[in-house]
Design a protein around this ligand. Structure first.
Ligand code: TEU
Length: 547
């Protein structure tokens, strides 16, 4: 399989509004990222993904864009962005930007024009339909609202939105829209950025005729519809193929078969994808299912396309809380999950603070939360007459604000994130979990990440190696082999808070080994020889090179 720079990369996601505030307004900003670049460089990552910082009324934290070619005031300005881009490149890293083109803000001039009258030339830039029997055109739910349709009083027609009503969907059937988006993409690429993370990119094509859904609560009718691959191939032809950049599509509701169509090297669409089989199916770890998902994606895309590995991001609760143990075994489980993600096939993504083992939050009241998905859902359920406290409790584990609280830099006020009032409360555990502490402690989660990233640069087996699950049907053990050319690695992970004993796979019985990385002290004997019975402490992880 062809080697490329991006296949070998580790990406660090910077949710800038919660990263570092350089001017005391309570929001992180682009200058704050510049000021903390040495920290990111120290971790060793290759690529930085910046969440959207375009001009926006900010109803959905920048995913509601009102000008694709301007910078939101909270983030800074265009000159600061250029300075950041140059600084990232000067440090030998690359940067990808969020591309949000399924929808705009309802305050975007295009939408204001579109809604102004049925005859406006931009009317068709969005999706307008007449209502049906006094209600919306069909029974679909949106991600953030009970309906995908909102009636506009001006003309009496409904417009379509996959997300909040403040985020109307663009009409990708309209060639003018597509060409305008391509022009905008070129203008950023010409500035020198290194690629895009493409927001819900498989939502662009809509279902012909918008038929009612049998089960409207399953919103998968929003995604992966006929025509999507024509758009992406056109985008590739018109824009992407002219630059040496990487693309990662956010692609919900796909399996390995349908997912491959987006990233197959011969199809010239995208390089890699985020699928959501893990995030959507398992609120907490279901290891048997997790292994099945890994296996099916490996079989589906290996040597054809490229996959990604992640367990959290700005939309998904921090992984140590959701899939590890954020109490007694926080450090061990954070390291174990890191070792897993970095040794499975696919590009690892690190979400800011993950490298500290930051945890999810539990604020006292709905008023402490900002997430539009959570707040809209809360309102909807309470309006149905449900007990507000019960609704609140139900929403806590998966609230997107779990991962959006500010980065912890030190144990001072507001964790050193801002000298002002932070836009959202901090996780109160910052005096114990923060960058300053992590950098001083050689055994911190941070150094496990640093070590893993360094190892990837020296050991192509982590990138290009094949994969075999040696622990099918077992729990809580996860054991797998990666091999490339004449190098073989064996990874053994304990996904539980109890000690376990794993049988050494017969093919490796008596093998001489070298312990490449682990998360618990291991004696010399167990480092250099594979025992018949491998004893693993709670959340222990070991990676052996078989000699
Ligand atoms: O998210 C799309 C989305 O809803 C994901 O959170 C979801 O996890 C995935 O589709 C699996 O179901 C993107 C952005 O990441 C999010 O922050 C925005 O709010 C949203 O698009 C709208 O732009």
């Amino acid at each position: 399989m062809k080697k490329t720079w991006w296949k070998e990369a580790v990406v660090y996601q910077v949710y800038w509004r919660s990263f570092y505030d350089s001017n005391g307004d309570g929001y992180g900003d682009l200058r704050g990222v510049i000021e903390k670049l040495d920290y990111i460089k120290k971790l060793g990552v290759d690529v930085i993904w910046l969440n959207p910082f375009y001009e926006s009324p900010d109803r959905d934290n920048g995913y509601d864009i009102s000008d694709y070619e301007a910078v939101m005031e909270k983030a800074g300005d265009m000159d600061t962005f250029k300075e950041l881009l140059a600084a990232i490149h000067a440090k030998g890293m690359k940067v990808i930007m969020d591309l949000v083109v399924n929808h705009t803000s309802d305050q975007h001039p295009w939408f204001l024009d579109s809604k102004s009258s049925e005859d406006h030339p931009k009317r068709d830039w969005y999706i307008w339909r007449e209502g049906k029997e006094g209600g919306p055109p069909n029974n679909w739910r949106s991600y953030f609202e009970p309906s995908t349709w909102t009636k506009d009083e001006q003309t009496g027609e409904y417009y379509f939105h996959s997300f909040a009503k403040e985020q109307p969907d663009l009409n990708w059937e309209n060639a003018e829209v597509r060409n305008e988006i391509y022009r905008m993409m070129r203008s950023w690429l010409d500035l020198g950025i290194d690629g895009f993370r493409m927001d819900v990119i498989n939502l662009l094509a809509k279902q012909e005729g918008f038929p009612d859904a049998e089960r409207p609560e399953h919103i998968n009718y929003l995604a992966d519809n006929p025509g999507i691959h024509d758009y992406l191939q056109e985008m590739n032809r018109e824009v992407l193929s002219h630059y040496d950049v990487m693309t990662v599509g956010e692609i919900p509701f796909v399996n390995p078969e349908t997912g491959l169509l987006y990233v197959h090297e011969d199809r010239h669409e995208l390089n890699t994808l985020f699928h959501f089989q893990v995030a959507d199916e398992m609120p907490v770890m279901d290891l048997m299912r997790y292994k099945e998902i890994q296996e099916s994606w490996y079989k589906g895309v290996f040597e054809k396309g490229w996959n990604s590995q992640f367990l959290n991001n700005h939309d998904h609760t921090r992984q140590v809380t959701r899939y590890g143990n954020d109490g007694q075994y926080r450090v061990e489980s954070a390291k174990m999950l890191a070792i897993m993600l970095h040794t499975l096939p696919g590009m690892p993504y690190i979400y800011q603070g993950e490298e500290l083992g930051m945890t999810g939050v539990r604020f006292d009241s709905i008023d402490d939360y900002n997430d539009i998905a959570m707040k809209n859902k809360y309102k909807e359920e309470v309006e149905k007459g449900r007990d507000p406290q019960e609704v609140f409790e139900d929403l806590l584990l998966l609230s997107r604000d779990n991962s959006r609280t500010p980065m912890h830099w030190n144990s001072e006020e507001h964790a050193g994130f801002t000298s002002g009032t932070p836009w959202i409360k901090l996780n109160p555990n910052y005096p114990d979990i923060n960058v300053e502490q992590a950098l001083e402690d050689q055994s911190s989660v941070f150094y496990t990440y640093q070590n893993l990233i360094e190892l990837r640069k020296e050991h192509p087996v982590m990138v290009y190696g094949d994969y075999e699950d040696l622990s099918k049907g077992q729990e809580p053990l996860y054991m797998y082999r990666r091999s490339y050319q004449n190098v073989t690695w064996l990874v053994a992970l304990n996904h539980s808070d109890a000690s376990i004993t794993a049988d050494c796979p017969r093919e490796f019985s008596g093998a001489k080994t070298r312990l490449v990385i682990g998360n618990v002290q291991v004696g010399a004997e167990a480092r250099n020889n594979l025992p018949e019975k491998i004893d693993l402490k709670p959340y222990e992880a070991r990676v052996y090179e078989i000699k």
